[in-house]
Design a protein around this ligand. Structure first.
Ligand code: NDP
Length: 390
């Protein structure tokens, strides 16, 4: 039996992963499931999959989790140390699907015990790409991309020589506001930003799709994971969300990955790699789809894409600053404290100030430095927002 753990099991990617695992009883031994606030879901899945341990990141919810697991034989644990202990338990394959920079440390723990890390948590690569890749190498294991775009690129590269790759084109749906008049964006509400035209995902990534901060993170993730130069990475708006990415080769050929907008394809590919297995996803009917369309992204509508370019060029710890500022600005938008367009303005200001005032961007990429940078950038973002409000 393959031993698997799912970090962020109660979220959108986590639930899709559980769906695939639950369809193959007897094939997997579930080591750890982790969540944060959704205790009922965590306990239900831990019972159903007979997990060794269920962990909530929220220490205050330990008693609730214990009560929900009473009599099941599943161990209950809570808090950051318990999360890291669970990620460190021997497993063959670990899904990293916690949202945000909080996913970095548990992902590193999983690599350190030698597991293959299926990486949905793109923030890990954005904040600490070199660290996470070197940790995998040191422990003689590897990462598999789960973001649908990066899974698509990965699949397009099977059997290919990286030296023959000319460019990587990451597609974007354009999010909820793709066709809105520019002047209306300023007044976009939380509810409007929280609905995606094609994908069913967690709230934070859905809002990040509307602002294209999600795509910005993915561009940086592409640079880190595939080791290509920023000028080799392109973005194109593709409203149908059926082509997930395209790899362009030196002979002019383009290899496009086409598939339904269902995360279980990319998760299933990473779960069964290097095999391909039958997956419970819709089969595309091309005559019915009839056409696939593409447009240039408008940088006035999506300033996050311009910021991603700056981060890729700057390198060092600028990804950690970018992500932390984005997370704080997103928190403030969700809380109703700032407007939709202000998110990018705040991130840009934090990036500029942090670089000019701290000199930390070029510090060595250790876990401590990344976490400290993350912390300081969050403080800067709060400071910038307080100044703007006052
Ligand atoms: P969700 O918000 O749906 O789920 C996040 C998960 O992380 C939940 O299990 C949540 O627990 C847990 N969590 C939240 N905060 C913390 C914390 N501080 N410490 C530990 N665990 C925490 O997110 P998604 O599933 O949408 O996304 C997960 C990751 O995958 C993100 O990095 C996202 O960018 C990436 N991704 C997502 C895709 C999608 O289709 N959704 C596609 C590609 C990538 P609880 O719910 O119990 O509070």
């Amino acid at each position: 039996m393959r031993r698997v753990s799912i970090l962020g099991a109660t979220g959108s990617v986590g639930q899709n992963t559980i769906d695939l695992i639950a369809r193959a009883p007897g094939e997997y031994e579930v080591v750890a499931l982790t969540g944060a606030s959704n205790i009922a879901q965590l306990a239900e899945d831990a019972r159903r999959l007979n997990a060794q341990v269920a962990v909530t990141a929220d220490a205050a919810r330990l008693e609730d989790l214990r009560a929900a697991l009473a009599g099941s034989g599943v161990q209950a644990a809570a808090g950051q140390a318990a999360l890291e202990e669970a990620a460190s338990r021997p497993a063959d394959w670990v899904m990293s699907a916690i949202v945000g920079a909080a996913g970095l440390k548990p992902g590193l723990c999983a690599l350190e015990q030698g597991a293959v890390l299926a990486l949905a948590n793109k923030e890990s690569l954005v904040c600490a790409g070199a660290l996470i890749l070197s940790t995998a190498r040191r422990h003689d294991t590897h990462l598999l991309p789960v973001d649908s775009e990066h899974s698509a690129v990965f699949q397009g590269l099977v059997g290919e020589d990286m030296a023959t790759v000319e460019r990587i084109i990451i597609t974007a749906s354009g999010g909820a506001f793709r066709d809105w008049p520019l002047e209306a964006l300023e007044h976009a509400t939380l509810a409007e930003a929280s609905s995606h035209p094609n994908w069913d995902m967690g709230q934070r990534i859905t809002i990040d799709s509307a602002s294209m901060f999600n795509k910005a993170l993915e561009l940086i993730e592409t640079k880190e994971y595939f080791g290509v130069r920023p000028d080799q990475i392109e973005t194109v708006i593709h409203p149908e969300s059926l082509i997930h990415a395209i790899v362009g080769f030196v002979d002019g050929g383009l290899m496009a990955h086409v598939g339904p907008p269902d995360m279980r394809h990319a998760i299933g590919y990473a779960l069964h790699y290097p095999e391909r297995r039958d997956l419970p996803v819709a089969r595309l009917d091309l005559p019915q789809i009839a056409q696939l369309t593409f447009r240039e992204p408008d940088l006035r509508r999506y300033p996050a894409l311009r910021l991603a370019r700056a981060v890729m060029e700057r390198g060092g710890l600028s990804g950690a600053v970018f992500n932390a500022a984005k997370e704080r600005a997103l928190d403030a938008f969700i809380a109703g404290h700032i407007g939709f367009l202000e998110m990018a303005e705040i991130v840009e200001e934090v990036l500029t100030r942090f670089d000019a005032e701290t000199g930390r961007i070029d510090a060595e990429m250790t876990l401590d430095n990344v976490m400290q940078t993350d912390h300081l950038a969050r403080e800067r973002a709060d400071q910038v927002m307080a100044e703007r409000a006052g």
